[in-house]
Ligand binder design. Structure first.
Ligand SMILES: C[S@@+](CC[C@H](N)C(=O)[O-])C[C@H]1O[C@@H](n2cnc3c(N)ncnc32)[C@H](O)[C@@H]1O
Ligand code: SF4
Length: 307
């Protein structure tokens, strides 16, 4: 078994969009918020393939990294049998990127929040619906490793089934993620509370749609603290007393900062400018985090869907 379950390398903290639910986005762009090639290469070589999945995105949009194609092809050349994963908004105009995703067997998690042009362009401010659809259709025609990730929030709440159907029709696995942030929290919680039956019925309909196909569906068993326990739903980390990913995930930001979690828990383990990855992963910061993790306030509200 590989030592690490998922290693996250944040190629870009910069973004091309300003999505309404996201705390990152283009308004915070700065020329230096891209990972440089030498850091990328040295981390990959130090890891020596000891991971199940290499995820090439963090909090921004990796496809806007000027060397994105070079990075993903390098990772695939070094570890041709390793699984590469990427979350992307798919708003790029460069077919080379689609070719690289397909040829590097990238598990592409397509963030797509509405089938309605106006609504998608409102949620994902700065995106172009036609460009996104073009890229999804091109990628899905050449790859079976695609998933749609729907971020449920007030402005697309009643579209859950519609987006799941889009996912099914495009031969993509389906993940329902739920928004978490302070400025939508109250409105969102009220909406979830008032619509638990709607959500449960949607889960049943989605499950019926995907039944018997090769495609998987991931629906959270609780959203915003409201339990939706059905046999179809899967627990999130917040439901569990201990996170199953602790000590198995590593997240490395564009500037070399190392953190313990793919859901961007802000706890800092160290920085690769000061220590080697080996030193950081065997240091006291990680063992202290593991000891206190079950009480960590960020973890108590984690929406990671456990398999
Ligand atoms: C932060 S983005 C980074 C990768 C890429 N830019 C994208 O949009 O896929 C990763 C995922 O987080 C989701 N996301 C953004 N803001 C969120 C929030 N406040 N709560 C939960 N998920 C969020 C996005 O929809 C996306 O699926
Ligand atoms: S595209 Fe991704 S990182 Fe950029 S603003 Fe939207 S959700 Fe955030």
């Amino acid at each position: 078994m590989k030592k690490y379950k998922e290693v996250i390398l944040e190629l870009s903290k910069n973004c091309n969009l300003n999505c309404i639910m996201c705390g990152y986005g283009a308004r915070f762009n700065r020329a230096d918020k891209f990972m440089n090639y030498s850091l990328f290469d040295s981390v990959l070589k130090e890891l020596n393939g000891d991971f199940e999945v290499l995820r090439l995105n963090g909090r921004g949009e990796s496809t806007i990294h000027p060397e994105f194609v070079k990075f993903i092809r390098h990772a695939h050349e070094l570890y041709p049998v390793g699984r590469i994963r990427l979350f992307s908004n798919m708003n790029y105009r460069n077919d080379e990127i689609t070719r690289a995703l397909s040829e590097c067997l990238c598990e592409t998690m397509i963030s797509f929040d509405s089938v309605n042009k106006k609504n998608l362009e409102c949620i994902r401010e700065g995106t172009n619906y036609e460009t996104v659809i073009h890229n999804i259709e091109q990628l899905c025609a050449g790859s079976k490793l695609t998933a749609i990730v729907f971020t449920l929030q007030p402005s697309n709440f009643y579209e859950l089934f519609e987006v799941a159907r889009f996912s099914y029709e495009h031969n993509c696995h389906f993940f329902c993620n739920a928004v978490r942030n302070m400025w939508m929290e109250e409105e969102f919680s009220k909406l979830v509370n008032a619509n638990t039956n709607f959500l449960k019925d949607s889960y049943i309909e989605i499950n019926k749609l995907f039944e018997g196909s090769r495609l998987t569906v991931h629906l959270p068993s609780q959203i915003s603290g409201v339990t939706l326990s059905t046999s179809i739903a899967k627990p999130t980390c917040a439901d569990l007393s201990h996170c199953p990913n602790v000590g198995k995930d590593i997240c490395i930001y564009y500037d070399g900062t190392v953190t313990p979690c793919g859901m961007f828990n802000p706890y800092i383990l160290g920085n690769l400018k000061e220590q080697s990855l080996y030193e950081i992963l065997n240091g006291s910061q990680l063992s202290e985090f593991i000891k206190a993790q079950s009480k960590d306030p960020y973890c108590r509200n984690c929406q990671y869907i456990c398999d």
